[in-house]
Design a protein around this ligand. Sequence first.
Ligand SMILES: C[S@@+](CC[C@H](N)C(=O)[O-])C[C@H]1O[C@@H](n2cnc3c(N)ncnc32)[C@H](O)[C@@H]1O
Ligand SMILES: O=C(O)C(=O)C[C@]1(C(=O)O)C=C[C@H](O)C=C1
Length: 246
Amino acid sequence: MSDASYRDAIFSTPLDRVASFSFDERVVACFPDMIRRSVPGYGQILGMLGLIARRHLRHGAHVYDLGCSLAAGGLALAGTLPPDAFRYTGVDLSPAMVSQARETLTAECPDHQLAVVEGDIRAFDFQPSGMVMLNFTLQFLAPDDRLAVLERLYEALEPGGVLVLSEKIVDADEADNAWRVERYHDFKRANGYSEMEISQKRTALENVLLPDTLTAHRDRLAQAGFARSLTWFQYLNFASLVAFKE
Ligand SMILES: C[S@@+](CC[C@H](N)C(=O)[O-])C[C@H]1O[C@@H](n2cnc3c(N)ncnc32)[C@H](O)[C@@H]1O
Ligand SMILES: O=C(O)C(=O)C[C@]1(C(=O)O)C=C[C@H](O)C=C1
């Protein structure tokens, strides 16, 4: 099973107790469908990764994709850049994600240099790189662990390197936030999720996915050393930033 696979029905039946969300085999089996129906702009963000790499990446440089899940970031770059343009390492904590990602990359991009390793990005020994992608991963780390990871990524990036940070975000203003979350739930309904699925997934993600404001992200990036960052994409409560190592 190496392609778009099953429809996400994980929260479609009533659960006595909704367990915390985890990236296990059941999630892996429907992940491409889940993320496309749950993250506004996911396809557009993937589409830009190759274009950002084309502008910022030195020929042959190394790229990290942290919390790579099924290596969608690697597939996106391989769709835009030739095999000698970059080397890619995806890192993920979930063994089920890692084994499925490897299978997909072998089947779909045999000529590109794409590796996936199982590891925890909080303790990973990062090698020098020209680009780092952190797409919807930082939000799953304990808030106190986030700055240290960004500091180590700043160190690992080569001069001229770029970090792409995509996240679910929260508004500081309560009313603005409520509007955005309500429209996000409309987005999920329009993508075929039921009220039960929306509410049980929300419960499962409580205390697991902890979103920051865009201001908190920009401040943290600056604290980690990134003198320049900007939000290049936002769709409801999901955004993507780029930060530069000068
Ligand atoms: C929402 S998914 C990321 C989606 C993926 N980047 C994409 O664009 O399709 C979050 C991923 O982060 C991984 N993850 C969470 N904490 C991690 C950690 N400390 N180290 C490495 N991976 C982690 C999870 O296993 C999961 O696969
Ligand atoms: O479904 C949600 O509420 C999400 O926040 C989507 C989200 C994410 O943003 O990382 C959460 C878990 C995974 O299923 C993939 C996407």
